[in-house]
Design a binder for this molecule. Sequence first.
Ligand SMILES: [Mn+2]
Length: 604
Amino acid sequence: MAVARKIKTLLTVNILVFVGIILFSVYCRLQDRSEGLAQLVRSADRRVRSRLAKAGTLADREAILQRLDHLEEVVYNQLNGLAKPMGLVEGPGGLGQGGVAATLRDDGQEAAGDYEEYGYNAQLSDRISLDRAIPDYRPKKCRQVSYSDDLPQISVVFIFVNEALSVILRSVHSVVNHTPSQLLKEVILVDDNSDNVELKFSLDQYVHKRYPGLVKVVRNSRREGLIRARLQGWKAATAPVVGFFDAHVEFSTGWAEPALTRIREDRRRIVLPAIDNIKFDTFEVQQYASAAHGYNWGLWCMYIVPPQDWLDRGDEAAPIRTPAMIGCSFVVDREYFGDIGLLDPGMEVYGGENIELGMRVWQCGGSMEVLPCSRVAHIERTRKPYNNDIDYYAKRNALRAAEVWMDGFKSHVYMAWNIPMTNPGVDFGDVSERRALRQRLKCRSFKWYLENVYPEMRTYNNTLTYGEVRNSKASGYCLDQGAEDDDRAILYPCHGMSSQLVRYSTEGLLQLGPLGSTAFLPDSKCLVDDGRARAPALRKCEDVARPAQRLWDFTQSGPIVSRDTGRCLEVEMSKDANFGLRLVMQRCSGQKWAIRNWVKHGRH
Ligand SMILES: [Mn+2]
């Protein structure tokens, strides 16, 4: 079918071109027949125009010019691809070539409007070739490696919802251009029920003509969210290996071979092509430093320093062990991914699935690694096209991961979100199937995972109580860490965010503010009574001159008493203070404090 269509198109073009040549020769002599066809058409066109300007009648001229224009269009489209009629650019050269920063001459307010819509400069993207090259940021050594001839094939899955067509198509062109054709079995585009009409017919028509038989389009009839959209892609995939990517990426030369090699060596490896950055405003491609992918106790992902043994080894090309993934780029053995339970289909919209997969693959006998020799550049969008409740869904999904995989450490997730462990006010759905999966796969404990895979994580198992702390004299006001660099605790209207997270530990520390989570971040500060100042201070716990100054006695609905000085933390009414309330250290007058949540210890 496809071949027949091609022949038909070529024949039509040939006939049109032939007619064109005859037409031209009436008006002008062809002098150089060896010139390329496109050039020929254009130069003939110019000569005709100039001659007619002198001699021909107006009507004739118009008709001929029109015909020439049409002809030029046909020839140009055949030579330069299908993108042009859609207002897009194919082929080498042009704006943004080689990954340098690009701008539009009339970069006005319209473009700014587009940032709002897509989280990147879509107008600019439309002007950058779908085939532009990007820099090769691989460590030098990677270029010398030779790979086996019989690597497994890969299906590449792109998921999208409401993205610029040019950005999606550049992802497709880029993966086709930079993957050896014998390795790329198919490209699967999963449309998570986009609203944009351009992403329906135009997209279908383009990919089917441009890459006949190579690109499959899967459409969700309702919005499933990023997680289940990826699962749709997995179901449609037929190659032994599947790569999952956001639909706003560009691939680097040689990205596929090292990833496929690592998976063929051990099918239980989940391989993450290293991520570089495409700037959302200029589409400049910037190199990111080698990193692993970690997260905080709220299960938000972040780049972290690679593990010490990787740094010690001094080999930039070596795989980097990683506790989890950012999620925009991962490659996995198709059957193995099914065996270990895919992504949690009970997760909604966005976030958390990337961390859960990291915990699960490690705890259940597999591994996850970033591969510096395999690189993908990715646009960090300024906004995401999901609904505005990303925070809610990230929290909900985090609780699912916590309840299934984190054993006694699940309290850390509740603490990080500053919500109670019973009746957290979030319905995270049914996790019984996921727990059964853990049983079936005979997975290891979270403690093992922390010790062996993510030792940089800071743990808080000595926490007794946590959450908002209120004084009986000022209900509606909570202890708050105040301005971050100010080192002064304050009272502030209660809002339940992490600046009002107070933790009281078995040792007697009272710590205020968000959990430090990892060794890469400072931890929350200790409340301190130095015995002299009238107000309590906040200090880095390890910086307190006399350790006793940071210790407190605190029972629910009782006073907060400094063990060092015997003074009480109390509230004083004062016209000068914010909200008319001030925190003071003074002789105990019987004020009572209440803290919200108790840590529940589970079976583990
Ligand atoms: Mn992304």
